[in-house]
Design a protein around this ligand. Structure first.
Ligand code: NAD
Length: 532
């Protein structure tokens, strides 16, 4: 449908067919915008071509269920669409059957690693050529600034596909010398039908982290985006077909927790990779165990510490703890939402943090579709209410330094907020808020801050700011978390495994480790007969 629309516009206006209206609209240096009457008109046109259907067996299909999702733009609360098709049991079963067939009988089952790699590279190219469209759809659904999507999320997704495309023909095994008369071989084999269920805050990343390694290893995949942000993934689905993935290899179903549960409890699915809250993660694991003991990877919540020692580069720590933390409004699992600052520099650091948060608040309210906007609204009203309730609870036993309320009268804008010196049992200090709310505590010694940092059920990430390398390494060894960043915010890389300790998760995504999580290990022993 989109192609038809683009074709008409393009042929009428004699523009180069390699630039979509999205590209012409967003690339500000592209001068030839004369065919667009106004931004509003373009947005209306683009909204009228939103893909709402499911993507099963390489076709867009309607659901037999009457359930639909409504997506509201958190910038102004307008309805983007009220007709996103929800996959019920019937559609999930059809998708699983298609994925099974593709895995065991279809052309995919005979693809070499190099062929899988070629499809993945083509997909990355197609995404690169259509970034503006995908970014637009994500921004209108969950409010993330389009510039962040174009500069960070989508390039990361593209890079992740290219990274795993490189692995597709390099999954090697092991062998051991027959010193005991047995020649031993270890194979890494694909699992079969895999599924992914994700949260809404960085859909492009989670889709890539789950789907790309699964495909590299030869699996088939069914992905469910969050009910808050399904649109970009549905639009992207067509690129898998265009990239040459056979029918049934990659499929997209939409829906909320019920659809997610249909996947995690499906008896024919071999693995589920879940990104979301601890509560839902526990249910996913239960459903997986009770159905068929499928393999489970859980990427769950965080309440990560940032530790700022007095010998840190002050400006670097300040920028990372303020604007680094506020990226995507703190709606990041690895966001360092507990900041510990050493007493010697605390007064200046806290004052500077307040100033940076207030600077960010003053720019709040701009349309996230504008390329200059760096801080958008929260994802939706439910997320806004959640943040507000944590702020109300947090205010009971901590000093509110700045923020704490809605910005403006329209949309889900929430002022960047800092609480100071919370009590140990303060809710805003102990629990994950997943919003622009930071708590700051001061500390005297290394031992004391390690104890504070580890005094939590979470263990996703931690940041350490110091110019003393010995201290950085000592503290990083003592911190109980799956990822540590020294002198910068924790930004996952597709080269290194990412996943939490404690209740922040089970298993890893990314890197070679994340690839092998999509394999099962088979041992073959060859008994060498002695010479007669
Ligand atoms: P959520 O748990 O409400 O939903 C996540 C996904 O799970 C959604 O797609 C939802 O439809 C689905 N779901 C809900 N109940 C389910 C069930 N019983 N069975 C199967 N699927 C179910 O979380 P959210 O609000 O979307 O995201 C915020 C949470 O995600 C935060 O806790 C955040 O820390 C966490 N998160 C973790 C990571 C990570 O990599 N560790 C990354 C991003 C977000």
């Amino acid at each position: 449908m989109l192609d038809v629309f683009l074709g008409v516009v393009i042929s009428q206006k004699r523009h180069s067919p390699c630039r979509s209206p999205f590209q012409r609209f967003y690339i500000s240096c592209q001068p030839d915008l004369s065919f667009i009457a106004s931004k509003q008109q373009t947005v209306r046109m683009l909204n009228s071509i939103i893909e709402n259907r499911l993507f099963i067996n390489n076709e867009y299909v309607k659901s037999s269920s009457d359930d639909t999702l409504t997506i509201r733009n958190p910038f102004n609360d307008s309805v983007v669409t009220s007709d996103v098709q929800v996959a019920g049991e019937n559609e999930v079963n059809i998708a699983v059957e298609a994925a099974k067939k593709a895995y065991s009988k279809g052309p995919w089952s005979k693809f070499t690693g190099a062929q899988r790699s070629a499809c993945m590279l083509k997909l990355a190219d197609l995404v690169e050529q259509n970034m503006e469209e995908l970014a637009y759809l994500e921004t209108i659904a969950m409010g993330k600034p389009i510039s962040d999507l174009l500069k960070v999320d989508i390039p990361h997704m593209i890079g992740c596909y290219r990274y795993y495309a490189g692995w597709a023909d390099k999954i090697e095994g092991d062998s051991f010398a027959p010193d005991d008369g047995v020649y031993k071989i270890v194979h890494y084999e694909s699992l079969g039908v895999c599924a992914g269920v994700a949260s809404w805050n960085a859909t492009f990343l989670y889709a890539a982290w789950k789907i790309a390694p699964a495909l590299a290893a030869g699996n088939t995949f069914i992905f469910k985006a969050s009910e808050k942000s399904p649109l970009a993934m549905l639009a992207m689905a067509r690129f898998y077909k265009e990239a040459g993935f056979p029918a049934g290899v990659v499929q997209f179903v939409s829906g909320g927790g019920h659809t997610g549960a249909l996947l995690s409890s499906h008896k024919q699915i071999a693995k589920i990779s879940f990104t979301g809250s601890i509560g839902a993660g526990i249910k996913v694991q239960e459903q997986a165990t009770k159905s068929n003991l499928k393999k489970v990877v859980l990427e769950l919540g965080g309440k990560s510490p940032a530790i700022v020692f007095s010998d840190a580069d002050f400006e670097l720590a300040l920028g990372s703890c303020s604007h680094g933390f506020l990226f995507n409004n703190g709606q990041i699992c690895a966001a360092a939402s507990r900041c510990y600052v050493q007493e010697e520099i605390a007064p200046r650091f806290i004052e500077s943090m307040k100033a940076e948060f207030e600077k960010a608040a003053s720019a709040l309210g701009a349309d996230p579709l504008e390329k200059t906007t760096t801080l958008g609204p929260l994802a939706d009203k439910a997320q806004f209410d959640r943040v507000l309730s944590f702020v109300a609870a947090g205010g009971k036993s901590a000093k509110l330094l700045t923020g704490g309320k809605r910005k403006g009268g329209n949309g889900c804008f929430f002022e960047p907020t800092i609480f100071l010196e919370p009590a140990d049992d303060n809710t805003a200090y102990r629990e994950e808020i997943f919003g622009p709310v930071l708590v700051i505590k001061t500390f005297k010694t290394e031992e004391e801050v390690i104890e504070h940092a580890n005094n939590t059920n979470f263990g996703l990430a931690a940041c350490i700011y110091t110019s003393n390398l010995d201290r950085a390494l000592r503290v990083s060894s003592a911190i109980e978390s799956g990822a540590i960043s020294i002198n910068g915010p924790m930004i996952p890389s597709y080269q290194t495994p990412f996943g939490g300790f404690k209740q922040s998760g089970i298993g890893k995504e990314l890197g070679k480790f994340g690839l092998l999580e999509y394999t099962k290990v088979k041992t073959v022993h060859i008994n060498i007969r002695p010479q007669c």
